[in-house]
Design a protein around this ligand. Structure first.
Ligand code: PAJ
Length: 306
């Protein structure tokens, strides 16, 4: 496997992409903030499988999506290891620019400065947007810039950050950006914990406590055939037995993060703090109308017998 070529400036990136543009090859793009793990690797594998043209990975810890007091400064930076993972997944180009390269006019501190930015609209103000009101403006603005620099045919994002994925789909559609957005499944540890670069901040006890997120989602999923209320009751019961988990939100929504359907495909999402580390996770659920659905208040325990 040949090592990817590293570009750190816009000009280097443009030079590296020129041959593919000339020959009309499909360019696939995976944006990341580095500290790469098997979840990121799976996105690269998806991108690799989709094109014979170049696969580009960006590694850029984007300051504008962190509010003051969030973990920008302690965000792990592991470029040497990241490059090995990219090489293993057959990535052709790694774009790892400095902040000034992406934000020549300055990136401001948290809220964006006076440059033109992307407003995520109502979808950016719910769920994650409640506790992180400037987050998605920063995410969408940097992704739009990276799309402009790379001009990919397709881009791969993880379902792990489900609201981010939904917003990127909306941005591409509402702003007619012409990029095919692919949502890849969440990669998990064998016990269910979703891989995240933030997991490294968990000590051994918190690592066990963090399992409550996935267990809660699973409880909702298993009870979903009995309808929304039973699924939520079951999830809440699971959460009550958890320790050290400070819940931010637990919701069931439609697949587009709108209101959930009476029955059919939906999404259960959770955000919680374990120690000082904020974790998020989500799963698809199928809300059903099984017999007994009207018996709200049924505990999760009863359901397992049905
Ligand atoms: P980052 O957190 O590095 O994630 C990069 C991509 O990896 C995202 O699309 C994310 O959803 C995906 N990912 C993370 N953990 C995953 C897992 N366990 N399984 C599958 N995919 C996973 O998300 C960002 O960076 C930034 O907001 C970014 C889009 C790069 C903009 O700065």
């Amino acid at each position: 496997m040949t090592a990817p070529v590293l570009a750190s400036t816009r000009a280097e990136l443009a030079d590296l992409l020129a041959p593919a543009r000339r020959s009309g090859e499909q360019i696939a793009f995976v944006p990341t903030m580095g500290a790469l793990h098997a979840g990121h690797a799976s996105l690269m594998a998806t991108a690799r499988a989709r094109t014979t043209g170049p696969v580009v990975v960006s590694i850029f810890v984007n300051p504008t999506q962190f509010a003051p007091g969030e973990d920008l400064d302690r965000y792990p930076r592991t470029l040497a290891d990241d490059l090995l993972i990219c090489e293993k997944e057959g990535v052709d180009i790694v774009f790892a620019p400095a902040v000034e390269e992406v934000y020549p006019g300055g990136a401001g501190a948290g809220p964006l400065d006076d440059s033109v930015t992307i407003d995520p609209g109502q979808l950016g103000r719910v769920l994650e947007g409640v506790s992180r009101p400037t987050h998605f403006a920063g995410v969408l603005t940097v992704v739009a810039k990276l799309f402009g620099l790379i001009r990919p045919d397709l881009a791969v994002f993880g379902q792990k950050d489900y609201q981010q994925l939904a917003l990127i789909r909306r941005m591409v559609s509402d702003l007619c950006l012409g990029v095919e957005v692919i949502g890849a499944e969440t990669v998990r540890e064998p016990d269910g914990l979703a891989l995240s670069s933030r997991n490294r901040f968990l000590d051994a006890e918190q690592r066990l406590q963090a399992l409550a997120l996935h267990d809660t989602l699973q409880a909702a999923r298993q009870a979903a055939p009995w309808g929304l209320e039973v699924a939520m009751d079951s999830a809440r019961a699971e959460l009550r037995s958890a320790h050290g988990v400070d819940l931010d939100y637990l919701v069931i929504t439609g697949p587009d993060l709108g209101p959930p359907p009476e029955a059919g495909e939906a999404r259960v999402l959770i955000a919680a703090r374990v120690g000082t580390t904020r974790l998020i996770d989500n799963l698809p659920v199928t809300l059903g109308t099984s017999v007994g659905k009207a018996s709200t208040g049924t505990s999760g325990g009863d359901l397992t017998d049905k």
